[in-house]
Design a protein around this ligand. Structure first.
Ligand code: NAD
Length: 351
């Protein structure tokens, strides 16, 4: 499969030069959210207009926008503007925009070209890459979606300058995940960062992106190796879904960080991880994401989401777990009882 390689730029003018050469005279349709519109689109809109006729559709920021009603709103807008297969949708934003915009593009007229231009760290290192698009249905995250690849992925690190600290941390959680599943030296390097901010993390962004790309190339349709990227996500998605249900969404990466902590404990209980590695991983993650101040939902509220996890085989809950930094396994069957024991360690602050 011919997958697009992520291209990294700094400053914005370098990216715009490449766009001018590659996309000249195409009608551009920019999908963005209200925050990104203010902080990023304003910097580049004039240049977009000089590349091709540019239409903008701005939606509300937040996970709630990954919905079928917002899709319908965008499809209508595309129809009203006679958007054709020669034109280009630009998904400018975080993972909500690339998931939603990719899904809209892959279904409108059975597929039109799109470009991912991630503006959040999480999207740069993860969501924009790998062809998964989708929306949430009935608060079950990513329950409707498709595999569809953008024509290109343009990461411009200048966009990170306006990203709130909470969102930088959220993306950093996925970088920690990439390191833990595949690259022990990256794990050590990330652990040496004292304060998470754009300057301190940008040097590691390319390596983190390459880890995701290598996994996707080896197993695009998640038959085997790609499952490793789900480390932290069985518990993380359930936490995120409970919060979404209660109308208090939390950052995806924060939920994943809590998920990685609980899942490391599970690996330890299963004797997949020895005590020393488990302690090292837990203290490494806790340095940046403090579980003692996190409000873990009740386990009863988590259960329905755990039972609905996409990796389950029948009623069996399957997880991807880390044995030691850089080495992980997938398709591990875990009982609800083991999950509950590990979960309570963190929920009841018994670490
Ligand atoms: P997001 O898109 O909601 O962005 C987070 C917040 O940051 C939003 O408020 C947004 O407006 C703001 N923002 C983004 N860039 C900004 C900038 N440069 N300056 C100022 N504000 C900015 O969320 P996210 O964390 O980027 O992505 C989470 C989503 O990604 C979830 O829906 C998750 O399911 C999805 N995801 C998908 C994949 C995949 O492979 N498709 C992988 C991981 C996550």
């Amino acid at each position: 499969m011919n997958l697009p390689k992520t291209e990294i730029f700094h400053p914005v003018s370098d990216m715009l030069d490449v766009m001018r050469k590659r996309f000249k005279n195409r009608q551009l349709f920019v999908l963005t959210d209200e925050n990104v519109s203010q902080s990023c689109l304003n910097l580049i809109l004039e240049d977009f207009n000089s590349i091709g006729e540019t239409e903008v559709i701005e939606i509300e920021a937040g996970e709630e926008s990954k919905s079928i009603s917002i899709c319908s709103h965008i499809w209508n807008h595309l129809l009203e503007n006679q958007f054709s297969k020669q034109d280009l949708i630009i998904n400018l934003g975080g993972g909500v925009i690339t998931d939603l915009g990719g899904f809209v593009a892959s279904t409108y007229k059975r597929g039109v070209p799109f470009l991912n231009m991630p503006t959040s760290l999480l999207c740069m290192t993860d969501a924009a890459i790998g062809g998964k698009t989708g929306i949430d249905q009935g608060n079950v995250k990513n329950s409707v979606g498709s595999y569809s690849n953008p024509e290109a992925i343009f990461v411009c690190t200048s966009f990170l300058e306006t990203l709130p600290e909470k969102e930088i941390k959220s993306g950093f959680a996925e970088m920690l995940k990439h390191a833990l599943i595949r690259d022990s030296s990256l794990w050590n390097e990330l652990n040496s960062i004292h304060s998470i901010n754009c300057e301190s993390i940008i040097p590691y962004l390319a390596t983190s992106i390459q880890i995701k790309e290598a996994i996707i190339e080896a197993d695009y349709y998640e038959k085997n190796l790609r499952k490793l990227l789900n480390f932290g996500h069985t518990i993380g998605h359930a936490i995120e879904s409970v919060y979404l249900d209660s109308n208090h969404p939390i950052a995806h990466g924060e939920a994943v960080a809590m998920g990685m902590l609980v899942e490391t404990k599970i690996a330890q209980l299963m004797n997949l991880t020895d005590d020393e590695n488990a302690a090292g991983i837990i203290s490494g993650i806790s340095r940046y994401f403090n579980p003692t101040t996190f409000n873990f939902p009740s386990f009863e509220k988590m259960k329905p989401f755990l039972l609905n996890d996409k990796k389950n085989v029948g009623e069996n809950i399957m997880m991807s777990l880390v044995k030691k930094p850089g080495e992980a396994v997938y398709n591990v069957h875990i009982t609800m009882e083991t999950i509950e024991i590990a979960y309570h360690v963190f929920q009841q602050n018994k670490i």
